[in-house]
Design a protein around this ligand. Structure first.
Ligand code: SAH
Ligand code: SF4
Length: 369
């Protein structure tokens, strides 16, 4: 038997709601949905955390807010607590560690120059995919993030930049977690983030990075989602890839490349391929050659990222000379590529590394006390 008195719905984050859901809430409460626009603007453009000092809300909206938003009410506005804010020595990377409502911590990174900042967002606490070189993979899966927890990271980054008179231009979903393993929440978050009435980050400035979740890639194409796609490859044969990326056993390389070709044909969009360069593992000219065969005829751009060393993986970054040789092979095959700087390595810039370090030092401190 259910206890009706305690069956009251748990409070929801206002940041979880897409615009149409907010309108629906208003209709259900007998408030004109026309008020959704003003609330949306205050929330996602004004980046408000409460509305007590927002005199320009019309009376019906002000009443709805007073009745439904805040401590102990139906809705709350989340603002994860910042537990670390670390800048790299070169000043180009800033990493935030944010504590969510249940105590989980996630990382959000802001990098780049004035007027050209990119935020790197997390989509899960931990990750189930287990890539051997990745600090997030090494910690395992904890839980999916809600849309509001993804939106809150953009708000956090915007507020931090706004304080210096700057703003965000690009977003990459390359922080902790696998975005296509949390498909629905990520899509809702991106709708909210790209809405022109609010945060207004254009879909053409947003990149989703996936380990290669084949059904998710096909769904992005079928739904005509307007974002860029990056696929983490790291190996050009099934054997070499699945040694680094265990998820490749579930979605084999052949299926993945077929999905990429379908995506490319259906969207007409270039696909970015990520390749973490690990000395002696996947950085030889012969391996580069196999990559060119795999990508033949596909509109592709390869991002070569020298490994960021992590605690749980014995492996070293490819040296500059070998990286350049790898890139030359791609160049000769007419495949564009970029070697990404290991910028901000001093702030543990690899995904999940800061949280992993903090957790390690906290448990060391605990065991020492
Ligand atoms: N789960 C998604 C997005 C998050 S990881 C994905 O795997 O694509 C973002 C990128 O960082 C991926 O290309 C991943 O392979 C890479 N990466 C993770 N750990 C790394 C490390 N220690 N050094 C270099 N690149 C790393
Ligand atoms: Fe997950 Fe991406 Fe890390 Fe792999 S690289 S474990 S998919 S976050």
């Amino acid at each position: 038997m259910t206890d009706n008195a305690s069956a009251a719905a748990a409070p929801r984050s206002l940041l979880d709601l897409a615009f149409v859901e907010l309108e629906r809430e208003f209709v259900a409460d007998g408030v004109s949905p026309l008020h959704a626009r003003a609330l949306w603007r205050a929330l996602h453009h004004g980046l408000r955390r409460d509305f007590s000092d927002t005199p320009d809300l019309l009376p019906p909206l002000a009443r709805w807010v007073a009745e439904h938003v805040g401590e102990g009410q139906r809705f709350f506005i989340e603002a994860p607590e910042q537990t670390a804010d670390i800048a790299s020595r070169d000043g180009l990377t800033r990493k935030f560690l944010l504590r969510l409502g249940d105590g989980q911590t996630i990382e959000t990174v802001v990098m780049g120059f004035k007027g050209r900042h990119t935020a790197c967002l997390s989509t899960q606490a931990g990750c189930a995919m287990g890539c051997v070189f990745c600090a997030t993979g090494q910690m395992g899966f904890v839980r999916h993030l809600r849309p509001g927890e993804i939106v809150a990271q953009v708000r956090h980054a915007q507020l931090a930049l706004r304080a210096t008179g700057d703003g965000l231009r690009n977003l990459v979903l390359m922080g902790m977690g696998e975005p296509l393993h949390n498909y629905d929440a990520v899509m809702t978050a991106l709708e909210i983030i790209s809405d022109r009435r609010g945060l207004n980050i254009a879909p053409s400035k947003i990149t989703i990075s996936t380990v290669g979740v084949v059904p998710g890639i096909l769904q992005l194409a079928a739904e005509r989602r307007p974002y860029h796609l990056a696929v983490s490859l790291h190996g050009a044969t099934e054997e070499e890839r699945s040694a680094l990326v265990p998820a490749s056993r579930r979605w084999p390389l052949g299926d993945l490349m077929a999905a990429c070709r379908t995506y490319s044909a259906q969207t007409g969009r270039r696909i970015f391929f990520e390749w973490t360069l690990i000395a002696g593992a996947n950085d030889s000219p012969a391996q580069a050659q196999r990559l060119t065969t795999l990508l033949a005829g596909l509109d592709a751009h390869v991002n070569l990222i020298p490994l960021n060393p992590t605690g749980g993986f014995v492996g070293a970054a490819t040296q500059a000379g070998a990286a350049a040789a790898f890139q030359r092979v791609l160049q000769e095959a007419g495949i564009p590529s970029t070697i990404r700087q290991r910028r901000g390595i001093d702030v543990a810039a690899g995904c999940g590394q800061l949280r992993a370090e903090r957790t390690r030092s906290e448990s060391l401190a605990r065991s020492a006390s």
